[in-house]
Ligand binder design. Structure first.
Ligand code: SF4
Ligand code: SF4
Length: 381
């Protein structure tokens, strides 16, 4: 295998100290003693990009050892966190000055704390961000999961991130085993889309090519919110993978049930990646109709099919020469169809992955399932 062709996401724990409204992972934590060991991390392949996530990754006291090991394999590492454990984050950044930190902030103070379910969560997350900026940490950003409740905060939060010179990553609601959730759905699509449209225009007006491509990603989020087929193919499990706390290697975190290509505690990487089971999962990916639009699956696709977002960016940058609002969400046919009554809300709801009757497979081991109720916040830390 050629070196560094892979993009990997390492879920170091399913434990979490937050109580988010759109994710029940905190109710289904992994057992600490079953979580990925350094020995298993050593078996991972070379990667050009690695995302470390959870649960809340900073719950793991040995996160620095994990990062140290991953730097032997990966040029770039970004950790997604809720930002609560300020001291642990700063301590890690002091040892690894190039590590990226993405702190999820779900809106301005009131909205964030309502969604996140962490008392003082906004202030803790924001304080961590500010501290990292003060320390001139080079790669810091916000992440926001846009939904009905926080959509009006989207542009104001983007502006805060811009003033602080930070990255601003967006997502919207998804349902999957990973989020232990099947009921997530956007109710007021035009309102949420309008806020995305405003953000897309802000991004297109900037002087940063990176932000222009983020504009395309947010255009894709409007398309996703309306339940439409992805703008780009999904190649998860071909050049991108997730590994969970049990060593299970999976294509992504968007499937309804956990799809396992193999277990890295039990096999070598090459055995696993080239196995019949891995091929079976790739076939499922080829036929997957969940149409997720999360940065983990879209960013590799944007690189691979660069001409598509590239052409979109070019078109809108030319428009930006003549108007302050080069982007209009009505360029998506479904937005026009909905507005003009050719498609109903019920039809769009049916296109989403929201399933009120779904039985959720949280992907936990039997041991973790048995004592899932035991781990309260203080024990998880
Ligand atoms: S969204 Fe993230 S921070 Fe919130 S409960 Fe889920 S894992 Fe925890
Ligand atoms: S669309 Fe892609 S990322 Fe989403 S569940 Fe299917 S394979 Fe996974």
């Amino acid at each position: 295998m050629a070196e560094k062709t892979l993009n990997g996401t390492v879920i170091v724990t399913y434990r979490c100290n937050a109580r988010c409204t759109m994710c029940n992972r905190y109710k289904a934590p992994s057992r600490p003693e079953e979580e990925l060991s350094i020995e298993t991390i050593k078996k991972l392949p070379k990667m050009y990009f690695t995302n470390i996530t959870g649960g809340e990754p900073f719950i793991r006291q040995d996160l620095k050892d994990i990062v140290r090991e991953l730097y032997k394999k990966s040029d770039r590492i970004v950790i997604s966190t809720n930002g609560f454990f300020t001291d642990r984050i700063i301590d890690l950044c002091e040892e690894f000055p190039n590590v990226g930190i993405r702190i999820s902030i779900e809106g301005l103070q009131q909205t964030n704390d309502k969604i996140r379910g962490l008392e003082n969560g906004y202030n803790r997350g924001y304080a961590t961000l500010k501290k990292l900026v003060e320390l001139k940490h080079p790669d810091v950003g916000f992440g926001m999961t846009v939904q009905d409740l926080n959509a009006p905060d989207l542009v104001p939060l983007y502006k805060i991130s811009d003033e602080l010179g930070m990255e601003f990553a967006t997502a919207s609601l998804h349902n999957s085993f990973y989020f232990v959730e099947a009921k997530n759905i956007i109710h007021d699509r035009p309102m949420v889309a309008k806020n995305f449209e405003d953000l897309v225009n802000e991004l297109l007006r900037s002087n940063s090519p990176k932000k222009w491509f983020r504009a395309y990603f947010n255009h894709g989020l409007i398309n996703y919110v309306y339940g439409q087929p992805r703008l780009l193919p999904c190649d998860m499990a071909f050049d991108t993978f997730f590994i969970d706390p049990y060593g299970d290697v999976m294509p992504c975190n968007g499937t309804k049930d956990k799809e396992v290509m193999g277990n890295l505690n039990e096999e070598s990487w090459d055995e696993l990646w080239n196995s019949d089971q891995a091929e079976k999962v790739r076939t499922k990916v080829r036929h997957c109709d969940r149409n997720c639009w999360m940065i983990g699956s879209v960013s590799p696709a944007m690189h691979k099919y660069i001409w598509k977002p590239g052409w979109w960016v070019l078109k809108h940058k030319v428009k930006a020469l003549f108007t302050k609002r080069p982007y209009d969400m009505h360029e998506l046919k479904v937005v026009r169809d909905y507005e003009e009554g050719r498609v109903t809300k019920e039809q769009l709801d049916a296109c989403s992955t929201c399933d009120l009757c779904a039985k959720i497979n949280d992907g936990l081991s039997e041991a973790s399932k048995a004592d899932a109720h035991v781990y309260e916040t203080h024990e998880a830390m």
